[in-house]
Design a protein around this ligand. Sequence first.
Ligand code: MTE
Length: 301
Amino acid sequence: MKKFKHSEITPEKVYKNRRKFLKNLGYGFSSLSLSLLPFSNHSIANNNISNLTSFKDVTTYNNYYEFGTSKSDPYRRSQNFITRPWSIKIEGEVEKTIELPIEEVLAIPSEERVLKLRCVEGWSMIIPWLGFSMSKLLNKVKIKSSAKFVEFESVYNPEEMVGQRYPILNWPYIEGLRIDEAMHPLTTVVTGLYGKPLPNQNGAPLRIFIPWKYGFKSAKAIVKIKLVKNMPNTAWKNASPREYGFYSNVNPEVDHPRWSQATERVIGESILAPRVKTLMFNGYGDEVANLYSGMDLKKYF
Ligand code: MTE
């Protein structure tokens, strides 16, 4: 496995210049694999933030408890993590279980999706992800009408993942969505970021990303996707049901029992910079609010 050196970090300047260059040539962003989703610009405008978080911050300030609980642990400890061979099982309430080699999943065309991550801890980043809508993956199986939820399972590998040798969470890391949430076009299977394959610390070889939910819903290093009848018992809800609900929608009006969720710190800004207001559904309300019409979001937090 290739080691990741500081000198190799692509400064986002190089990345941005490449995009500018393509734009000036009249290629727009659709050439190479750098197409921008129609709603990405809009989403950023919605969020009132225009700067991408630096590649360095995106890849050295992480939450990935399988590698430890401090922000630099995933970067420091995941570099030798082996992500090949790898496969993803789709099972449960489906006509036929399938197991896809990672190569087949990565062959699904990825596009650039500039989307904001809002962590439940109160910070956020704007990340140029590479990925595709999860519906493309789920459509590879025939889902039975009995299926109501989707459960995502991260890899269990305590030999390589030191954090899994301790009962920090109930391993493996489990997350879940309702089927309609999983099928929403903004729900993304992430294959890379900043135009490159996904770094280990960000969830290689494959993670999910749900931009209107707190970051912990976006499970890393996925090995299993299970269609289920009942609401999954997710890792964080299991650890502390009072603090972490199943829905986990970004909601400035519902505070965490131990802190406010009304504002956030933008990673990369000076520590003296004022915190910015957190937006309902992380700014993606136009796209996703209809999924929750009629629901009491204080009760279903
Ligand atoms: N997935 C797994 N398997 N283990 C984790 O500890 N942390 C979550 C989420 N996915 C986590 C995980 C949390 S709390 C956040 S905020 C995001 O990953 C962070 O993603 P990033 O490190 O790519 O920014």
